[in-house]
Design a binder for this molecule. Structure first.
Ligand SMILES: Cc1ncc(COP(=O)(O)O)c(C=O)c1O
Length: 328
């Protein structure tokens, strides 16, 4: 590999690995390791794209302040890019988020504003509303807004989609994926509508999210319940979302997500985050239901290093009731 000029050149071109030791029925299953991005998740792609898009539109220049409401991988992706390009980054974070995540973001140079976790969308202290207001009250500040920013799906339409199609040599029947902001599903839908309209998109959703029912039955519930898997699942439809090409959805429990995620590590040697378990569980169900051989791709969206004290910790798993207590 040649010497790179900046860490940002390592974003994207993530490897695809075949699943060898799990039951995939008549299908071949592959997993794309977004955990290999330098910030450890798929969100590095949109961190770069949303900032470069704002630069190209003349909305920001080095020294400007970027503001976003997130405690998750998007914050880490933005922090990575902002530091390299010379932007100040303010992240508004609900106070229930783990100290580890907050420390990680601060260590990367982001400024953190903590806000209440017990308020919903529309309340002035809700983390996204507060981020938007802070940006509007500051000079030379830009609200990133991943849930409504068209550069988010464009990153996947222009980069992730073509990358997958090239890596799979144009031979792929289905992609099983999750939805957080919906940038990935919307962008890939647009790319494959043009380049492989017969390719099936299948949703992996945590139980409790409203999306699986919306895809399978067409009904949009106003009631969601909580789930422990991080980064995916919704209680509203993001403005950038386009689910028209998603053919079916699987709702996966936390227990199954964690179990399958842990199997991915022991059987295939891949350390994925909690949502990777959800996506892989749905992908395995989809594969086993097929009657003809198909080539299927799913994602490892973030690194399991972020979950060592949770799904990879037997004590935590037992406390949550996800592991049997064995007596010796
Ligand atoms: C941890 C994680 N983040 C983000 C995403 C994709 O999110 P988005 O819908 O924001 O593109 C996924 C999808 O599986 C995920 O697992």
């Amino acid at each position: 590999m040649p010497i790179l000029n900046t860490i940002l050149e390592l974003i994207g071109e993530t490897p695809v690995v075949r699943i060898n030791h799990l039951d995939t029925g008549p299908c071949e299953l592959f997993i794309k390791l977004e955990s290999q991005n330098p910030g450890g998740s798929i969100k590095d792609r949109i961190g770069l794209k949303m900032i470069e898009d704002a630069e190209a539109a003349g909305r920001i220049r080095p020294g400007s302040t970027l503001v976003e409401g997130t405690a998750g991988n998007t914050g880490l992706g933005l922090a990575l890019v902002a530091a390299q390009k010379g932007y100040r980054l303010i992240l508004v974070i609900p106070d229930k988020m783990s100290r580890e995540k907050i420390s990680n973001l601060k260590a990367m140079g982001a400024e953190v504003v903590l806000t209440r976790s017990d308020v919903a969308k529309g309340h002035p202290d809700y983390y996204q509303d507060l981020a938007k207001r802070l940006a509007s009250e500051m000079d030379d500040a830009y609200f990133i807004n991943q849930f409504g920013n068209p550069a988010n799906p464009r990153a996947h339409e222009e980069v992730t989609g073509p990358e997958i199609w090239r890596q799979m040599d144009g031979d792929l029947d289905a992609i099983v994926l999750g939805v957080g902001s919906s940038g990935t599903v919307t962008g890939l839908s647009r790319y494959f509508a043009q380049h492989a309209p017969e390719l099936e998109l299948v949703l992996a959703d945590p139980e409790g999210s409203i999306l699986a029912e919306y895809i399978n039955e067409g009904t949009l519930s106003t009631k969601s319940s909580s789930w422990l898997v991080e980064g995916i699942g919704e209680d509203f439809l993001p403005t950038i979302s386009d689910f028209t090409r998603v053919s079916k959805a699987y709702a996966i429990s936390d227990a199954e997500s964690f179990k399958v995620g842990r199997e991915l590590l022991t059987r295939e040697g891949i350390l994925g985050g909690s949502s990777t378990g959800t996506l892989l569980a749905a992908a395995l169900k989809y594969c086993r239901e097929q009657t003809e051989p198909r080539r299927v791709l799913t994602f490892c969206c973030d690194t399991g290093n972020r979950y060592l004290s949770k799904m990879y910790n037997d004590f935590w798993m037992r406390d949550q009731g996800f592991l049997e207590v064995t007596s010796h």
